[in-house]
Design a protein around this ligand. Structure first.
Ligand code: ATP
Ligand code: MG
Length: 378
């Protein structure tokens, strides 16, 4: 089905004002759209750049009335907007991704059930949801990770445990809320696939990214991933099949584990993704522009790379411990792009920015990115 595209100078609303929203605002604005950001934080990075920033809770009736009045389409930049709000807004305008897709991706229990029901590969796991839940010994005795079903990010709401006693204690520490217990897998590597899909079912994916996490937070992404073409194709195929199964509209990120040469789906993010920041600097179309295109019913842009290889490293608040980092070497390098999100409080573990390096091979790009980052601290 083709619906009439929403073209500039229409107004795009964005739920959430973090860095992903900031780049969505920039992409939309450069195409001539107006943007409205809803985020309760007055200093939210996207709010600082949007035409309008509604500083209110995500379910604030006045703010939602204002969004409904001002916007032609609404999207989200995080997985936790109240899905009911998306439903409500969809009565009067285009909302993408849909409430039903976001509802699945924002709850690990629902997400795992969706993946299993649709035949997508996931690791061994169990659900802990009620008082009577008992921990599966065979799952935890070789090591497991307990994850709260809702509201986790950057490794928050997770505990790594070995054995039943530790598992029970960790579950209590997490407040006894609904959780997924996952067998701790021996990861060969981690991949992500970012896909854009339109309402008419057109779909485009970027080359697969290979990701390294430190303390549960993404640290380094390189593209293209150093895996066989067969494995990369299979990862892209899985991600595209997931967008079809969700009848997804917008940009979706699929995080995958490689275990024993096979792919397992870790989780879905119903939005642009940290591991897709590189598309700003080495792709014909960025994931943020693609989000705008898909949500507004335009054709998808090319996902071809404009450099042979790229690496991205996150810049966390810890780098600010001795004062503002020294960016001289970063800014001097012609193949490096510095991105800072305009956050004024550099807390430990907080994503303050990232930098990317293009090169002839990912190993060179990664080495340079890590070297540059190591040198900025005062
Ligand atoms: N079952 C597992 N076995 C081994 N490692 C795991 C497992 N689950 C998670 N991890 C590690 O922890 C990281 C974060 O896990 P996960 O993606 O579930 O958390 P998150 O808080 O949603 O993170 P983010 O929001 O940054 O994607 C994974 O990318 C992986 O490195
Ligand atoms: Mg993750």
């Amino acid at each position: 089905m083709r619906v009439a595209p929403i073209v500039p100078p229409a107004t795009l609303g964005i739920l959430g004002g973090g860095q992903l929203g900031r780049y969505t605002v920039m992409a939309a604005a450069s195409m001539g759209y107006h943007t409205v950001v809803l985020d309760p934080d007055p200093s939210a990075p996207a709010g600082l750049l949007a035409h309008e920033h509604l500083v209110a809770a995500y379910d604030d009736p006045d703010a939602l009335r204002r969004l409904a009045f001002d916007c032609d389409a609404v999207t989200t930049e995080f997985e936790n907007p109240p899905a009911d709000v998306l439903d409500q807004l969809s009565a009067t305008m285009v909302v993408a991704p849909s409430a039903s897709a976001v509802r699945i991706a924002q709850d690990r229990i629902v997400e795992k059930a969706f993946l299993v029901e649709n035949g997508f590969p996931v690791g061994r796991h169990q659900i802990l949801s009620g008082d009577d839940a008992s921990v599966d010994v065979s799952l935890v005795d070789t090591g497991a990770i307990i994850k709260t079903a809702r509201l986790g990010y950057d490794g928050k709401g997770q505990r790594s445990v070995t054995g039943t006693a530790e598992a029970i204690a960790a579950w209590a520490e997490l407040g006894g809320v609904a959780c997924v217990v996952e067998k701790r897998l021996d990861l060969e590597t981690e991949l992500s696939v970012i896909v854009g899909r339109t309402a008419s079912g057109d779909v485009e994916a970027w080359p697969v990214a290979e990701n390294t996490h430190v303390d549960g937070i993404l640290d380094l992404s390189v593209v293209p991933a150093a895996v066989s073409a067969k494995l990369a194709d299979r990862a892209v195929g899985l991600a595209m099949a997931i967008t079809d199964a969700l009848d997804y509209v917008g940009v979706l990120a699929v995080e995958l584990f490689v275990v024993g040469g096979e792919l397992l789906i870790n989780e879905l993010a119903p939005r642009p993704h940290n591991s897709g920041h590189w598309t700003l600097d080495a792709s014909v179309t960025s994931q943020y522009e693609q989000q705008v295109r898909a949500v507004c019913g335009l054709g998808l842009g090319s996902t071809a790379m404009t450099a042979p290889a790229i690496a991205m490293v996150n810049l966390l608040g810890d780098l600010w411990e001795g004062g503002d980092p020294d960016w001289t070497a970063v800014l001097d390098d012609p193949n490096v792009k510095l991105h800072l999100y305009g956050k004024s409080e550099p807390r430990s573990g907080r994503k303050m920015g990232h930098l990317t390096v293009t090169a002839s091979a990912t190993s060179l790009a990664a080495a340079r990115a890590l070297e540059l980052r190591a040198g900025v601290e005062r």
